[in-house]
Design a protein around this ligand. Sequence first.
Ligand code: HSE
Length: 398
Amino acid sequence: MIGVSVLGYGNIGSGVAQILRENADCIKKSAGEDVTVLHVCDLREFPGDPCEAILTHDASEAIHDPAVQIVVETMGGVHPAYEFVKDALTSGRHVATSNKELVAACGTELIALAKEKHVNFFFEASVGGGIPIIRPLTSSIVSDHVRRIEGILNGTTNYMLFRMQESSLSFEAALKEAQDLGFAERNPAADIEGADACRKIAILCSLAFGQPLAYTRVPTEGITGVTPEDFVYAEKMGCTVKLLATGRQTEDGVSVRVAPVLLPLSHPLAGIRGVTNAVLVEGDMCGTLTFTGAGAGKLPTASAVCADIVEAVRHPQTTVIRGWEGEELPLADAGEETHSFFVRLADIVEMSAFAEYAEQVFAGVIEGEAACVTAPLTEEAFAALCKEAPVISYLRVA
Ligand code: HSE
C-alpha cells in the first residue's frame, strides 16, 4: 500500500481524496498498488466529510508519517507550501503539486532537490488544469527543438471573454459569473491582470526551452481593458479576442508575452471557448500539436494530481522530470519587437496621430468613435502615439 498525505483540503485537495477513493480500482490497476490517503492537513475543520477522521492541523505529522511515501500539496501560495514541499522532498518523499505560484517561484530549486534525493517533484496540475501538458513536454516532445509554445492558460478570463462576446456581458458581470462557477482565484486580480497566465507560461517556457524563466521577466497585461465593443470590431475583422500567453524562439532569444490579442478565427486557439484551456506546441520535427481541456475546476485539476501520484508509484527511485536548469533563459529584447495594434479612438478626427500608420480604418461601426489597425510598431512608438490621441482601448494583433 502506498500512503499519501494531502496538504490543503480545499477544492483540489478534496478532489484528489475523492478520486483516490472513487477510482481506487483503476488507480490500483495503473499504479500496481493500492494508493490510500492517510492524512489530510488543513487549518479548517470539515465535519461530516469522508476525510474528517484523518484530518490533522499539523503538516509535519502528515509529512513524516513513515507510512507516507507521497505528499500532495494543494494549498496554493508560496509560503508555507514551499517549506512543506522542501521538507517532504528532503525526507525522501515524492511530491505532487497543483501550485503554479510555488512552481514558478521555486521550481528550479525544488526540481534540483528532487534529483538530489532521487524522488519526484511533479506539477502536472500547475498548468492547464486537467490537460496533460507537462508530461508531453517532459516525456514525448523530447527529440525536438521547440520553436513556439503558446496557450490560453487561464480559464476564468477565457470564460469571461467568451461571455462578453457571446452575450455582450459587461466585464463585471462576466467576472461575477466566473467567480460563481468557482473558476477564479481567491483574489481574481491574478486572473484578470494576467499574473496567473504569466506564471503558467513561465513554467511552460522553462520546460520547453530547458532553462529557467523567472515569471517576473514576462511582459504581462491582463484583460481589464477589454470591452464588449472590441468584439464588435473583432467580428468585422474575422477575429476573436483571447488572453494569449506566448513563448517563441527567435534569432535573438525567446520572445515571451501575456496579453489580450486579436486572434484570427483561423488560428488553432481561436475556437477555445469557456473555461477550456489550450496549449499549442510547435517542434522542429513534430510540427504543431495542440492540447485542450478543462483548465480549471475541482475534478479535472485533481485528476492531473492523481496522475502524478500514479507516476510516482511507478518510479519510486527514479527522478522522471529532468525539468530545467542552468542560466536564465535568454530573452529577445521586448523593446525591439513590433506588433500591429488595433486602437479605438474617441473620434475620427483624432485618428490624425495614427493616420500615417493606419493600415485599416473603421468609421461608424460604433457611433461617436473610430478605430484602426496600425502597421507593425514597437511598444515605445505605439505608446508615443497613444499620448497624442484619446485612446478608448487597444489590442495587439496576433
Ligand atoms: N484561476 C485559474 C484559472 C485556476 O481560471 O485558470 C486554474 O489555475
